[in-house]
Design a protein around this ligand. Structure first.
Ligand SMILES: NC(=O)c1ccc[n+]([C@@H]2O[C@H](COP(=O)([O-])OP(=O)(O)OC[C@H]3O[C@@H](n4cnc5c(N)ncnc54)[C@H](O)[C@@H]3O)[C@@H](O)[C@H]2O)c1
Length: 438
């Protein structure tokens, strides 16, 4: 393919060298003449292992050159990769001035190219940037319509500096956010031969994935450092602890616990987070990430509560009371907390949980629920049907399989709030269904 690459910094220069290596014809564009001259002389404009060699090879073979003139690059390309910087503004907001400017340049030169051009954004941009900035700027400057006269995609970059060439050829995944298949097909063809999962999705999803990844990586580093800080203070080797931690590929390094939904609870997680953060405090250690976990969890309870309070009708049917399906453990169940708040605000709450029968609750579990909702026996129902018949709003509180057919049993006017992500295939209703994070 003939590819114009806008922005010859870390991402643009690496993409240029690697795509030339794959046999594509590349013309790089940067306003910085020094970078352009370096590339044309066969040198890399950034320090990155093996990049000098790739750029020298590309220039020598005639597959790679650079220019400061956008029009020149567009005239001889089928596809534009945009890799300009997206720095922070002083207030932390994302600065899209380079993105706006480059879109205007590409848009202005596009009409002179007769081909169906594909503009691919590789710069990291907040969700909504494509629709509110990139597409309008391109359309205004070109006088053409995205999706009709030219194609637009976002293809986030996952390379890490210092291992960027390796990462380009062995990415964890390739993500293409596309307006339509025509543009997505062209971008997918760029990566033919690269062995990585190819994920084609909506533009906003691709935009958000990049931030989710980077925030997660930042959180991992901060988490490991805080655990290490506590370890050192109590005389344990933090490296050894994290090494053991990382060997658990079922619960620790895995998709487990990474699905948006309701708050965590139960007899272990809240208690143990509390104990460890108390220990850190008593050692005068500052662990803001660990300290934020319980307040964050409380916010999720508050969010669910507000969603329910915003619904019309006073009668609320809560399906599930224990913190997860398949247990009767009510200790620190965030559903008990939710029921308490709703009752406190005058909602009439009926509860169904197959595993929770008053007569069988014993010990600390029984004490817990009686301390929190003393008249729980009157609220607990034996039949799910009675709760469904008597409620204005139905809450799916845990993932018991028997709740899967609830969407199909709603009557007109009833609404359902899903805290656990019911199987999407079972959801047949539209506006009367709302998920807590979807
Ligand atoms: N650096 C990384 O490791 C990395 C990894 C993944 C994603 N990203 C994202 O990729 C984007 C680029 O990052 P970078 O580190 O390569 O940035 P960079 O600052 O190193 O390079 C950006 C380049 O764009 C050029 N530029 C600005 N406006 C231009 C225009 N109108 N026309 C042509 N060139 C123009 C600049 O002169 C500069 O050379 C950012 O959004 C960044 O968040 C970076």
């Amino acid at each position: 393919m003939k590819i114009a690459i806008f922005g010859l910094g870390y991402v643009g220069a690496v993409s240029a060298g690697c795509l030339a290596k794959l046999g594509h014809t590349i013309i790089g564009v940067d306003q910085n003449k020094v970078k352009v001259d370096l590339i044309n002389a066969g040198h890399t404009p950034v320090i990155e292992m093996d990049l000098d060699k790739l750029i020298a090879e590309g220039v020598r073979s005639g597959l790679l050159r650079a220019t400061t003139v956008a029009e020149e690059a567009l005239a001889s390309s089928d596809i534009s990769l945009v890799c300009v910087g997206t720095p922070s503004q002083p207030n932390g907001n994302l600065d899209l001035k380079y993105v706006r400017a480059v879109c205007r340049e590409i848009g202005a030169s596009m009409p002179r190219s007769s081909k169906h051009h594909v503009v691919v954004m590789r710069s990291t941009m907040l969700p909504g940037s494509m629709n509110s900035v990139v597409i309008p700027e391109l359309e205004r400057a070109s006088g053409r319509r995205a999706g009709e006269d030219f194609e637009v995609c976002i293809n986030p970059e996952f390379l890490r500096e210092a291992t960027a060439i390796y990462d380009f050829f062995h990415p964890p995944k390739t993500v293409i956010g596309e307006m339509g298949a025509r543009g997505g097909d062209v971008v997918a063809a760029l990566y033919e031969g690269i062995d990585a999962p190819l994920i084609r999705t909506a533009i906003e999803t691709a935009e958000m994935v990049k931030y989710t990844d980077n925030v997660w990586h930042a959180l991992k580093v901060g988490f490991a450092n805080e655990i290490g800080t506590i370890c050192k203070a109590v005389g344990i080797d933090g490296r050894e602890v994290m090494n053991v931690f990382c060997q658990d590929l079922k619960l620790n390094i895995s998709p487990t616990y990474l699905k948006p939904g309701y708050a965590f609870g139960g007899s272990c997680l809240p208690k143990d987070v509390r104990a460890l953060t108390y220990r850190a405090r008593s050692l005068d250690l500052n662990v803001p990430i660990l300290d934020a976990i319980l307040p964050s969890n409380e916010q999720q309870v508050a969010r669910a509560f507000r969603m329910i309070m915003d619904r019309p009708g006073r009668k609320v049917g809560l399906l599930g009371l224990s913190f997860k399906a398949g247990t009767d453990d009510l200790r620190e169940s965030p559903l008990v907390e939710l029921a308490e708040r709703l009752i406190g605000k005058g909602r009439e709450v009926l509860i169904y949980d197959h595993n929770v029968q008053m007569a069988s609750l014993v010990g600390a579990n029984r004490d817990y629920i009686l301390n929190h909702i003393p008249h729980i026996a009157r609220l607990l129902q034996n039949e799910i049907g009675h709760v469904l018949d008597s409620s204005d709003t139905i809450i799916i509180g845990n993932g018991a399989p028997e709740f899967r057919d609830v969407p199909g049993r709603l009557r007109p006017g009833q609404t359902m709030i899903d805290l656990v992500h019911l199987d999407p295939s079972s959801i047949t209703t539209g506006s009367n269904y709302e998920g807590i994070c979807w």
